[in-house]
Write a protein of this length. Sequence first.
Length: 162
Amino acid sequence: MKYFIAALTALMISTTPQAWAHGDAKHAPAKKKAISTEEKAFGREGDPQKASRTINVDMSDKMRFSPETVTVKQGETIKFVVKNSGKIMHEFVLGTMKELKEHADMMKKHPGMEHDEPYMAHVAPGKTETITWQFTKPGTFNFGCLIAGHFEAGMIGKLTVN
């Protein structure tokens, strides 16, 4: 039994410091997510380094965006800086009206649903998020807050690509 306890103690002493050791080496930086090449009816994810301009968008608990209308040029890459000046969660989602309506209906059925799409920003109260989008096709599109009840309350904006 003495030998067993001695062996167990030696094993614990030899492996414990390695488990606790962290060292002074810095962690490798988190890998950046690659820019998606998926083409949507309203464009594709843009490279932040190639944004031609920045548009600031404010979201409020009055269920409105400011500005409510945005005009961009076909081919333009826009960095949207989306601020939630309200006290409840809001989101900024680019899309066609049909897609936004369908997604808003789905959000009513699954209100806790989480997203990770390059054309969506979920913004906590008092926070700011950024979307960079390249508008590759002309047309009239929209942006909306798809949190249950917000879209229906009129939290919709219009986006025109010339």
